[in-house]
Design a protein around this ligand. Structure first.
Ligand code: FES
Length: 115
């Protein structure tokens, strides 16, 4: 059912711990990282289960959204999150909303073009 995402030969949960140990933040150091769209609180505990019913880590859900799963149904199909009691559905919806929001600069540019 579930699968693991590997980074440098380690499951991402271990990789995050490894880099955190050395004070390195691997994902949001990139200015184009989708994680920069999330408030700091939601960038924490990426390796922890967001969907505890099906043991789906938050980072796996974020990766699914970034790769194109832009609805709860699509995230469910990709990761099995929300397939339990559905108690994580609101959190998944919030991640979709934040990660799929247009870039502020693009929004401004679009408004300029429109006016
Ligand atoms: S925590 Fe995801 S369905 Fe229950």
């Amino acid at each position: 059912m579930g699968y693991r995402i590997y980074f440098a030969g380690m499951p991402t949960d271990n990789a995050h711990e490894y880099f955190r140990h050395f004070g390195i933040r691997i994902l949001d150091s990139n200015p184009d990282s989708p994680l920069n769209k999330l408030p700091p609180l939601l960038r924490q505990d990426l390796d922890k289960y967001l969907c505890t019913c099906n043991d789906v880590p938050k980072i796996e859900i974020i990766n699914a959204i970034v790769k194109g799963a832009t609805t709860v149904e699509a995230v469910r199909k990709e990761t099995y999150a929300t397939m339990g009691v559905g108690c994580c559905t609101q959190q998944v919806e919030r991640l979709i909303e934040l990660l799929c929001a247009p870039e502020p600069a693009k929004r401004r540019r679009k408004n300029k073009e429109g006016s």
